[in-house]
Design a protein around this ligand. Structure first.
Ligand code: AP5
Ligand code: MG
Length: 218
């Protein structure tokens, strides 16, 4: 199964990708998580990307295309995958066509998660993450606060730098300017399935799985 999870910042891509990766036993590749791991490891790429990410800007296309290509051409990438956060520009979508051609992928589907802007801002403003395990929490839903231990591993929970109000505004603006056209690109290919992301994690997941289990996504 090859799934591209698409949608604006904070819509719940990471939350759903983790549930789907477990349910279908396929790897979850989040470009945001990869960049944050590189930043935490103080690699040159990570440090350069961090400045852009913290301010809510995109990392340049050639860098992102290189990262994703490397993962997908590997043996692990050929077993199926969930791509979360890529492509998010038209050049990235076009490059992915070439990568799929190179590795012989002809079928995939795009799950577009849709939530209104007000709810997105609320979700991002209350998101907390565990830097050790990458788990995603929400202070309102999960009744946890920044600095408190991760319920799963005990590492103190933190707020992402790009979840500050000015960076949230910038990311939403970047999404509308750069990423909305990616959806049109895939709609023309007839591979987009839009799912209402407004319900609970579980109900959204049920809806996504109904789409996937209907075999519309080979
Ligand atoms: P990335 O990490 O991909 O961030 P994003 O796309 O902005 O999306 P988020 O991770 O913020 O949100 P999400 O949709 O995963 O929501 P989540 O599940 O966490 O990218 C970060 C940065 O990296 C970019 O800004 C850019 O700089 C760079 N980058 C990455 N990829 C790139 C690319 N391809 N090209 C260029 N640059 C790139 O949920 C959010 C909150 O909502 C959580 O608190 C969660 O608990 C809560 N929540 C989730 N679902 C529900 C629900 N159903 N009900 C209630 N609350 C919910
Ligand atoms: Mg995410």
């Amino acid at each position: 199964m090859r799934i591209l999870l698409f949608g604006p910042p904070g819509v719940g891509k990471g939350t759903q990708a983790k549930l789907l990766a477990e349910a279908y036993a396929i790897p979850h590749y989040s470009t945001g998580d990869m960049l944050r791991a590189a930043a935490a490891a103080h690699t040159q790429l990570g440090l350069q990307a961090k400045q852009l990410m913290d301010a809510g800007h995109l990392v340049p296309d050639p860098v992102m295309i290189g990262i994703v290509r490397e993962v997908l051409v590997s043996p692990a990438g050929r077993q199926g995958f969930i791509l979360d956060g890529f492509p998010r520009t038209l050049p990235q979508a076009e490059a992915l066509v070439d990568i799929f051609r190179e590795i012989g992928i002809t079928t995939f589907c795009v799950i577009n998660v849709d939530v209104d802007a007000e709810e997105i801002v609320r979700r991002l403003g209350s998101r907390l993450v565990c830097d050790r395990e990458g788990k995603i929490f929400n202070s309102e839903l999960d009744h946890v606060q920044a600095g408190e231990p991760c319920p799963s591993c005990g590492t103190p929970l933190t707020q992402r730098k790009d979840d500050r109000p000015d960076a949230i505004r910038q990311r939403l603006s970047v999404y509308h300017v750069k990423s909305a056209s990616v959806l049109t690109f895939y709609e023309r290919l007839g591979v987009v399935h839009t799912v209402d992301g407004a319900g609970s994690n579980e109900s959204v997941n049920r809806e996504v799985r109904i789409v996937l289990d209907a075999s519309v996504c080979p």
